[in-house]
Design a protein around this ligand. Sequence first.
Ligand code: UT7
Length: 325
Amino acid sequence: MSVIRTAVTGVGSFLPEQVITNAELSKTVDTSDEWIVERTGIRQRHKARDDQPTSDLAVEAAKRALEDAGKSVSDVDLIIVATTTPDKTFPATAALVQQKLGAPVGIAFDVQAVCSGFVYALSVADGFVARGMAKCALVIGAEEMTRLMDWNDRTTCVLFGDGAGAFVLEPREGQGTKDDQGILGFALRCDGSKTDLLYVDGGPATTGTVGHLRMIGNQVFRHAVVNISEAIVSAAKAADITIPEIDWFVPHQANQRIIRGVGERLGLDENRVVSTVDQHANTSAASIPLAMDVAIKDGRIKRGDLVVLEAMGGGLTWGACAFRL
Ligand code: UT7
């Protein structure tokens, strides 16, 4: 049976120039390179300039993804930005990206599911493409998490970084089987009873300030491995694939111990797991497309490969997506 699949036809990413190493952080807060590397795998993070808003990172990633797909800005009819760090409370960062790209009038809005935002945004875009409402969609994860840091809180400020990554999505005809190019299955979850484990202590309708990120890290950690694994199994089932069939696992980059734990629980070959947490730290909704871009550009992930993405973050939200590149 012929079906319309949402295919990933281009991938791009962008990191701001400034790099902050663990050693540099340990000069201003009571931490050490040893502690950060051992507990998280993080060695450095990128930080945007003061005059470089989230939309600027998103635009650069989008341009690179469009070039990779062989599409021009005038083709773009849907822009979804997954972000927790919008330039402004409104308009949506996606509208600012449309303006800065010079893209034509179309659909543009943001998705807010924190670190799971990119997987949530992919599922939203998949709906638009499947209904014929978008022929060339940009899904962008763009974050400046360093803006939300309390730089005196060593339990959080060492963990996060800035960056952006983008996918171009286009419709492709498939046969309705797991051999089709494109998105094959999702699992999305939110457990709102756990909002207190990971949140920002500000907002326009509470304090009137931006606020700082707060996290009970070890409780989030305990939640992570089990629930992420369940979501991957569910997404694989929805895609009609088995775990051993997965060519590449591209997880959200929060902590190397979580990435390893999920891999071990599912019996994934560690050589098939993409990890960039050492270089990028946790860039929230940007981490998956950033990691994808690295692994495509260095030749590991190739067209035709079966890829599974997963993420977990504030909400708590989590989810997974299986697709054939
Ligand atoms: O992307 C959104 C989802 N977020 C995550 O997935 C993050 C999940 N959580 C984690 O990755 C880990 O829980 C952390 C990396 C945040 C923390 O690692 P942990 O092994 O769970 O450590 P812990 O929070 O239990 O803290 C252990 C000790 C504490 O000291 P005491 O109370 O045992 O004396 C902390 O105060 O480590 C201390 N500590 C630090 N020490 C040096 C916490 N942060 C630091 C630090 N440097 N930066």
